[in-house]
Design a protein. Sequence first.
Length: 286
Amino acid sequence: MPAVRAIFISDVHLGTRASQADRLHAFLKEYESEYLYLLGDIIDFWAMSRSVQWAPAHNTVVQKVLRRARHGDKVFFIPGNHDETLREYAGIAFGDIRVESEWIHETIDGRRYWLIHGDEYDQVTRHHRWVAVLGDVAYNALVRLNLMLSRVRRLLRIPGYWSLAGYAKQKVKRAVSFIFDFEDAVAHAAQQRGVDGVICGHIHWAADRRIGNVRYLNCGDWVDTCSAVVEHYDGRIEVLQWGAQAVPQARPDEPGVSVPAAQPAEPATAAKSVLELERLYLTPDV
């Protein structure tokens, strides 16, 4: 089992049909770490207020995180806009998991990375919440359509993974412009804080770019691209995708991402009541 020093994940959206929790569980089983950072939108309270889609794999992921925390991983949870109700608990530790609004991670070679979710730098989410909620509904519909297309591709024995949401982001000029604006705003804020880099999530777009004097890294998500950022013991930080193709980059001239050789499981679709959350501490470890 490969070991890395730190793992950074965001945008799992547990509680929705689109969450690829079983792939995340497979990834966490494959990679051991000293630090595990959950950078927001881990549980999707927005979507669950409309409809709860809590699959057994969602329980498994939560149990996996709890087990890693109990066994010595330093686990930090930085809430995002979809689980923003937990922000009022910033600075409080729940068992072995610490909740913070932001954090500074120091790498093994002394570099400092600012950790945030990133919605504070999304003007739509910040100032036009109803538009953000409407966009969230549309995005979830797009992802569900992508799951159906993936099943058709498998039936037709078409190799590889193709992302409809990623394709749309690349083709729609406004989406690309939004991504660039978001990245520049986050990088500018990081530069003002005097850090070496920033690691965030929120926009479901994995990236590794140099913007000015700051290295900008985005974890991507576990709805569409299934990607994470990791720090190796030699100080290298990179984006990994738990899938069959490279994560699309915002700009082609920037550093790329690597892809692990192992293949993921299929996404879970069974729905269960959110009341299962109450039994998480009572069920066996995974």
